[in-house]
Design a protein around this ligand. Structure first.
Ligand code: SAM
Length: 232
């Protein structure tokens, strides 16, 4: 559909360059935005039960992976940045019996399928990462295959209707920006209209059964969307 995937390697190298900064700012307990704006509705949609096997997609330094474990889950978490994963392993050392961390690229179907365990995943989550991933088609397909019947995939992202390049909504596009003020290099963001993201959900067999639009500092302006897909 487009050639965003040609930028995957450059995007990965920018996340590598920003990983120490991300780690320093997110620390052991994440930041206000993730903790207080994104987490409550994400946790409501995920509804973690004791023993759930959860795939944490593009986990960064593992803040949300640790939260999942605190809520009773066993977690397989991955990111394509080696530095992010080494920070994650160090910071989440106390939970190493409940979280497996892997370096894996969400744009590569075969690599995603190597994350398969001896039982299907109950749930999958991508916390504020879908707009950072160059090609989400392989991910949506693989997650559908890795989930148990009726399993759910919850993802949050910058709300594409409100956080987007100037003057464009319907055309997918790449733009540069900062996740953390003062990070060493600008990262790529991949803008897609909601109809494109949901098309990938529907063609793979998911239905949408949960949706929140959450404001940050302006109550009338949703900074993020949080969507629950269910394997039909
Ligand atoms: C905004 S951070 C979110 C990290 C984490 N989910 C959290 O909530 O703290 C986005 C993450 O997506 C990762 N990422 C981007 N593209 C990826 C890809 N193709 N495969 C795996 N990880 C990717 C980046 O390395 C970065 O760690």
């Amino acid at each position: 559909m487009n050639d965003f995937d040609k930028t995957t390697e450059e995007s990965r190298s920018r996340w590598e360059a920003n990983a120490d900064c991300w780690d320093a700012r997110m620390g052991d307990h994440s930041n206000h935005f993730h903790r207080n704006i994104i987490r409550p509705h994400t946790e409501e949609l995920l509804d973690i039960r004791a023993g759930d096997l959860v795939l944490d997609i593009a986990c960064g330094t593992g803040n949300f992976s640790e939260r999942l474990v605190e809520n009773g889950a066993e977690v397989v978490a991955f990111d394509y940045s080696e530095k992010m994963i080494s920070h994650a392993k160090r910071r989440r050392r106390a939970h190493s019996n409940k979280i497996e961390f892997h370096v894996c690229d969400a744009t590569k179907s075969e690599d995603l399928m190597t994350l398969k365990k001896d039982r299907p995943f109950d749930k999958a989550v991508a916390n504020m990462a879908v707009m950072d991933i160059s090609d989400i088609e392989p991910l949506f397909k693989a997650v559908f295959e890795l989930l148990k019947p009726d399993g759910v995939f919850v993802f949050s992202l910058q709300h594409p209707c409100f956080v987007r390049p100037d003057g464009r909504y319907l055309s997918p596009s790449i733009y540069e920006g900062e996740a953390i003020r003062g990070q060493p290099v600008l990262q790529y963001y991949y803008h897609r209209p909601l109809q494109e993201i949901l098309r990938l959900a529907f063609v793979n067999g998911f239905v949408v059964d949960g949706f929140f639009e959450v404001p940050d500092d302006d109550n009338e302006y949703p900074a993020a969307a949080i969507i629950r897909l269910r394997k039909n």
